[in-house]
Every structure is written in C-alpha cells, then in structure tokens.
Design a protein around this ligand. Structure first.
Ligand SMILES: [Zn+2]
Length: 83
C-alpha cells in the first residue's frame, strides 16, 4: 500500500462572520471552518492527507462538510426565512 503524501494546512485568515480559513500551500486545498460546518472551497489533491497546523480545528466527525455552492444555497434560504 503506497504512502499517501502528507500536506500541512496553513492558517490563512479569520473571517468577520466567525469562519477560519485554512489553505494547503502544496495543492491549493482551501477550506473555511465554522463551529457547525466546514466548507470546502477548493478540493485540492484528494489523495493527500491534510494535517493540521497549530489551532487547526479537530477533524469533522459529525460536522457536515459542504461545498461553497451549498453554502450559497443555505444562505439564500436563510435569507428567505428571515422575510
Ligand atoms: Zn494539499
């Protein structure tokens, strides 16, 4: 069984809405972590293991991982519910 390449995620930015952005400098994987959901903006290399840097949130066990498209969908419906 071949060894999977290991990439280290790097903290990129804190969003004003509470999200924390993490990026992989090697393959371009880019995610935003919120307390209740993790959003993958760029998938990067799916055959790599992405390890956390300092302050990286724990692996999402029961936290849904959704795409940016889904995030927009959710936000549009949240806005609809507010009306
Ligand atoms: Zn990577």
């Amino acid at each position: 069984m071949p060894m999977l390449p290991v990439h280290h995620m790097v903290h990129q930015a804190d969003r004003p809405d509470g999200g924390v952005e993490w990026g992989c400098p090697r393959c371009g994987r880019y995610t935003v972590f919120y307390p209740l959901r993790h959003i993958v903006l760029v998938l990067g290399d799916p055959n790599s293991v992405h390890l956390a840097g300092k302050g990286f949130p724990p692996p999402p066990v029961r936290v849904p991982i959704i795409s940016e498209f889904d995030e927009h969908w959710l936000r549009s419906h949240e806005m609809a519910w507010d009306l």
